[in-house]
Design a protein around this ligand. Structure first.
Ligand SMILES: Cc1ncc(COP(=O)(O)O)c(C=O)c1O
Length: 416
């Protein structure tokens, strides 16, 4: 019997000093209490009482413009998408009640993977239940003991969690720093397996990665490359394939990870690849195998949306116009933004601190505008941000209205 088991057999006597496992959250509890005591509404428990369209909802009984969703291409109320979901719900029922490798692969899952293969013009596509699980699964499975994962320090939580779940050595480098990435790669012992993990768009500041340079360096140093295009799919690149397409490196990357919870307008995640052995992932990737597959209605909406995004050139153009107008308007008003130029559909407004950020968030909501309040640990460099994410169906007038709301709220809170 091992020592560990002996200890389990004889639990220590519980005393008044037994540590409360929740005590590790005390600082966060205090921070939240202080924030609410300042009189602002809780920014992390807003309820959308009714959703009227991709850009409008009723919040606190008020018609509110949505500028903090990931509904970049406005697909959530697309009539074809909604009809496909309704038909699949009626024809196939509400859920699969099983894993993709058992009873959970329906015709709709195959059609969704066909749509992804066509969208990216790639050989393989694997649909996961969320984008989070796609990163968790692919990274932890592909990079094993003795391998190295080289990743940007500002990577999304799902990428970090994928690293934590696997057994590879983890080597972070400074955000978007090409030289730092190259140095880390060159220090890896000869013969070790290497995976470089990058994002097309970094969702906190809305900046893009220098993929042309980074992918070349990764390849020159014998690494495989995975790019998470969660925030660029549907929008960036001629066909909406992401920053990899815009940078001309789509044929050089080994895996693209994406999600259905942003431009596609539903829920789910995926990985596409041209690797000849990719299909084995379906048997060895635990976050794919040991969870239930997406409901038929969800994969039907996703497949329909993905096919429509292939030809959404006009929407892509209008979204760029919106992003440029919001960025220039906020700059002119005197707000400090996350990027000097608009690089994506995300425009991040940097707040002086959490208190001012929460006050500004609350003032905007009272004006009838919803944005995301983002704070550490989600944000880089301890920043508090008001993250604005534009939608292809925000009208020109809505963008002007939004700028007026920012001006009034910014002056009232004393930020501009
Ligand atoms: C870069 C990135 N990757 C992955 C995900 C996870 O996507 P999902 O919402 O499908 O779990 C997100 C979600 O915010 C993200 O921003």
């Amino acid at each position: 019997m091992s020592e560990g088991i002996m200890q389990a057999d004889q639990p220590p006597e519980l005393t008044g000093d037994t540590p409360d496992l929740f005590s590790k959250f005390d600082d966060t509890i205090k921070l939240r209490e202080n924030l609410l005591a300042s009189g602002v509404e809780d920014p992390f428990s807003l309820v959308m009482e009714r959703v009227l369209s991709p850009t409008r909802a009723i919040c606190n009984g008020r018609d509110t413009i949505l500028l903090g969703t990931y509904n970049y291409m406005g697909m959530t109320f697309d009539p074809d998408v909604v009809a496909a979901g309704q038909k699949a719900l009626a024809d196939f029922g509400s859920g699969t009640t099983g894993s993709r490798v058992l009873n959970g692969t329906y015709q709709g899952h195959k059609e969704c993977e066909d749509a992804l293969r066509e969208f990216y013009d790639m050989d393989h596509a694997m649909v996961f239940s969320t984008g989070y699980q796609a990163n968790l699964g692919i990274i932890s499975t592909i990079a094993g003991k003795g391998d190295y994962v080289v990743l940007d320090i500002d990577s999304h939580a799902s990428i970090w969690d994928g690293c934590a779940m696997g057994n590879a050595e983890i080597v972070p480098f400074k955000h978007n720093d090409i030289t730092a990435m190259e140095k880390r790669l060159k220090r890896i012992p000869e013969g070790a397996g290497k995976l470089v993990v990058l994002e097309g768009v970094y969702s906190m500041l809305g900046d893009i990665a220098p993929l042309k340079e980074m992918v070349k360096i990764a390849k020159d140093n014998g690494a495989m490359v995975l790019v998470d295009e969660a925030h660029s799919m549907g929008f960036i690149g001629e066909h909406g394939r992401g920053v990899v397409e815009q940078a001309g490196v789509i044929d050089d990357v080994d895996f693209i990870i994406g999600t259905f919870s942003k431009s596609v307008g539903t829920v789910g995640g995926f990985c596409v690849s041209n690797h000849p052995k990719f299909e084995i992932m379906r048997l060895v990737c635990r976050p794919y195998v040991f969870t239930a597959s997406l409901p038929p209605s969800v994969v039907a909406t996703a497949a329909t949306s993905i096919r429509k995004l292939m030809t959404a050139k006009d929407k892509r153009e209008h979204l760029w116009k919106n992003s440029q107008r919001l960025h220039s308007g906020l700059t002119q008003l005197g707000f400090k933004l996350g990027t000097d130029e608009p690089q994506s559909a995300i425009v991040a407004v940097i707040m002086p601190d959490l208190e001012k950020g929460a006050a500004m968030w609350s003032a905007l909501l009272t004006e009838g505008l919803y944005v995301n309040l983002a704070r550490p640990p989600a944000t880089p460099a301890n920043m508090t941000l008001l993250r604005c994410s534009l939608c292809a169906v925000h009208s020109d007038e809505e963008v002007e209205t939004i700028l007026g709301m920012f001006e009034r709220a910014g002056k009232a809170v004393g930020i501009i």
